[in-house]
Design a protein around this ligand. Structure first.
Ligand SMILES: [Ca+2]
Length: 211
């Protein structure tokens, strides 16, 4: 199976993100980072392979307290997800998903749940097209401390997720349609949030608290 040579990316073209057999949709580490005593299921035939069943990651950030790698990925038509990466875990694609086939909306795989495959800690139906991801640990927005921020392309907004451990306790949608397609979000060392838009005349915006 050969990866496509299509050079103009567009949502929905890359249908074979993972088929469970090739390296598409797996998350790999350089071999020097892999501990020899990691308990790995049989599908991890290659020592550098860390996870399976990831579809199309568009954002990642390390949790400021736990150090765990949090990621999000685009679903097909619905089913964008947030996951926490753990060695040896199968995150489901293309066997389970909350999305559907593009255009026709028919079912993909076997449904939304299966034993031995991880559920996302959060998902969006319909898709918001998440892009960029940052934990906020600054002092400028005291009520946002510890929250996870995710940009959105399709829905042109900034999503604030209030967390309770590895659960999403609350979702707030900010700046909808104000700046455009938000490609990246970062928390600056100055405590402000910075947003990058994906537009012909894109902007780098600094989010400051109102006085
Ligand atoms: Ca999944």
């Amino acid at each position: 199976m050969q990866p496509t040579t299509e050079t103009r990316p567009r949502r929905g073209f890359f249908r074979r993100a993972s088929d469970g057999f090739t390296d598409f949709g797996s998350f790999t580490l350089p071999t020097w980072q892999v501990s020899a005593d990691l308990k790995q299921p049989s599908w991890l035939r290659k020592p550098e392979k860390f996870t399976l069943g990831n579809r199309n990651m568009q954002g990642a950030a390390l949790h400021p307290q736990t150090g765990m790698l949090w990621t999000h990925e685009h679903g097909p038509q619905g089913g964008d997800e947030i996951n926490v990466m753990r060695s040896g875990v199968n995150y489901g694609w293309p066997v389970i998903t909350y999305g559907a086939n593009y255009g026709i909306g028919t079912k993909i795989g076997e449904g939304t749940r299966k034993e031995g495959m991880a559920q996302p800690i959060h998902y969006w139906v319909p898709s918001i097209a998440p892009s960029g991801m940052a934990f906020y640990t600054g002092e400028r927005f005291p009520r946002w401390k510890g929250d996870l921020f995710v940009g959105a392309l399709r829905d042109q907004m900034l999503v604030r997720l209030k967390l309770d451990g590895e659960k999403v306790a609350k979702e707030e949608r900010l700046l909808k349609g104000v700046l455009g397609r938000i490609r990246d979000v970062r928390a600056g060392p100055d405590g402000f949030l910075y947003l990058l838009t994906d537009e012909a005349h894109g902007v780098l915006a600094r989010l400051e608290p109102a006085l």
